[in-house]
Design a protein around this ligand. Structure first.
Ligand SMILES: Cc1cc2nc3c(=O)[nH]c(=O)nc-3n(C[C@H](O)[C@H](O)[C@H](O)COP(=O)(O)OP(=O)(O)OC[C@H]3O[C@@H](n4cnc5c(N)ncnc54)[C@H](O)[C@@H]3O)c2cc1C
Ligand code: FES
Ligand code: FES
Length: 486
């Protein structure tokens, strides 16, 4: 049962393992873009920007980074959402990967970008990570960047001297390095409207589905009858930055399309890239794979370009966040409603939501598995959306509602139908992964009451089970929906 913790009580951690944030830091939550830029100007290198936290919190946990201040831009108004404008599509930097993936305007006109977002990590990471964060971490393995490069995206950057716009090619400087200057923030990604006859595709090869790419490719081409008018090809995980293959593009431009030409372009691209051997793959393998994925991405993009004329554009306008003018002074006292019960607690900036739930509220259902976003054992619902509690700063979720596995049961202790189904179908053995599985399934059934087996597996791809196996878990979900109990 949950326990109310008295106001003023501050928990002192034993900093003994990598599942906690060891270093203390100051937490700042600006209420406007101007305030965020001014804080970054004031603190310079001593501050780090926090958006979705799926990179930053992991780096801090691994002690690869120890900022003195964390500036949370995640709640800044007006920086999330997808909106078609005259001649271009605008995507706010704080738009979550999942929201980009599901936006009708992206799915209709920028298929490669929607596919890149769908291939991204786990469902939870897609729901937490932002498009801006994926660009700003400067990783050569970023999934969205090849697609953004193929669509010739422009990036709007705000800083102390005002706004500037940079093409995504110029933004990428080296591994982990971007053209962002001190105190600047990425605010907007602009995609030019695709020319008539455009088709695109994104392909990714990885060790397991929810992993970074060994190699990825995005192709966007313009088709005129049997001819390729123009084409852009971009690759991830095959060089110091996400990169284009301009010789291969030149080979394709103006030519009659054929499978042989697509294969030839793959060979040229494989010579242009500069891959290395690392933990995920070898340079040799990456070159071989690039030949194949270039061919396949071109074939798919070509077919899609052919279908384009007949496809109805379903591009809608999704609302951007309405500005919230209220400034908020960050405080270490937070209020959380957990499983319907209100709690007021004083937290340190480096306390994670998972620490608070397990150690202070004694809700030990959510589990520590990996501590770095990879296993899903710590999944809880935050304001109805799944998050990995091991990567969420408690101080950043002041005023939120949290649902943990303990909150699934009814008022008289009766189990949720999903829990009953897990028991009936023997869908757990040690039970360590089960709370995370249940919370993700709860979210899935809210979004989609009758998921197919493939949809269940896709949604749960970031939840690792090391003993039962996924067959029984999937069966428990289908059995629950089939009997109409969910
Ligand atoms: C388990 C796991 C799986 C993952 N799988 C994938 C994957 O399959 N593909 C992939 O590409 N990535 C993957 N990632 C990486 C990560 O999720 C993405 O890069 C994500 O998009 C980062 O966004 P964020 O909002 O969480 O960034 P944050 O962690 O908040 O920030 C990342 C960096 O960008 C800076 N930053 C963020 N936003 C801005 C801004 N608007 N202006 C200026 N600077 C900014 C921050 O200072 C920080 O340095 C994975 C991560 C984890 C933990
Ligand atoms: S403990 Fe949070 S994802 Fe593994
Ligand atoms: S039941 Fe043991 S990890 Fe899934």
């Amino acid at each position: 049962m949950s326990k109310r913790v008295n106001e003023g009580e501050v928990h002192a951690h034993q900093m003994t393992n990598s599942h906690i944030l060891v270093n203390e830091f100051g937490y700042l939550e600006p209420a406007s873009l101007e305030e965020a830029i001014s804080l970054l100007s004031e603190y310079g290198d001593r501050a780090q920007v926090l958006a979705g936290g799926t990179n930053l919190i992991v780096w801090m946990k691994m002690e690869q980074m120890a900022p003195e201040y964390v500036v949370n831009i995640g709640k800044l108004p007006g920086l999330a959402g997808v909106s078609p404008q005259d001649g271009r599509l605008e995507i706010g930097a704080l738009t979550k990967i999942r929201a980009v993936r599901n936006a009708p305007a992206v799915r209709a006109g920028y298929t490669a970008l929607a596919e890149a977002c769908a291939s991204f990590g786990s469902t939870q990471i897609q729901m937490m990570g932002t498009l801006g964060g994926n660009l700003c971490n400067g990783s050569p393995a970023s999934d969205t960047v090849p697609a953004l490069l193929a669509f010739d995206a422009q990036l709007v950057i705000a800083g102390p001297d005002g706004e500037r716009t940079v093409a995504v090619d110029e933004f990428l400087i080296g591994p982990g390095k971007t053209a962002l200057r001190n105190s600047e923030l990425l605010t907007l990604v602009q995609l030019p409207h695709p020319r008539p006859g455009t088709g695109s595709a994104f392909l990714k090869i990885s060790r397991v589905e929810a992993d970074l790419a060994k190699a990825s490719a995005a192709a966007a081409l313009v088709r005129d009858g049997d001819r390729i008018l123009d084409c852009r090809l971009a690759y991830g995980s095959v060089g110091p930055t996400v990169m284009r293959a301009q010789k291969a593009e030149a080979l394709l431009a103006g030519k009659l399309f054929s499978a042989e030409l697509a294969l030839e372009a793959g060979k040229v691209a494989a010579e242009e890239i500069t891959p290395i051997d690392d933990a995920r793959s070898t340079a040799w393998y990456r070159r071989e794979v690039v030949k194949a994925i270039t061919h396949d991405a071109l074939q798919t993009a070509w077919q899609r370009a052919g279908e384009q004329g007949s496809r109805k554009q379903e591009a809608g306008s999704e609302k951007r966040d309405s500005p919230n003018p209220q400034s908020r002074i960050p405080n270490s006292e937070i209020e959380l409603t957990v499983n319907g019960e209100q709690h007021r607690l004083r937290v340190r900036p480096n306390e994670l939501l998972l620490n608070v739930l397990r150690e202070r509220l004694e809700l030990t259902g959510a589990k520590y598995g990996c501590g770095i976003g990879e296993c899903g054992a710590c999944t809880v619902l935050l304001n109805g959306q799944p998050v990995l509690a091991c990567l969420v700063l408690a101080i950043a979720v002041d005023g939120s509602e949290v649902l943990t596995v303990e909150g699934l049961q009814g008022p008289n202790g009766e189990l949720d139908p999903l829990q009953e189904s897990f028991i009936e179908q023997n869908a757990f053995q040690c039970g360590y992964c089960t709370p995370g599985m249940l919370m993700m399934t709860k979210n899935l059934l809210q979004e989609n009451p009758s998921p197919t087996e493939d949809e269940i597996r896709e949604h749960l791809k970031g939840n690792r089970c090391r003993c039962t196996g996924y067959t029984a878990i999937t069966r428990a979900v289908t059995s629950c929906t089939a009997t109409g109990r969910s």
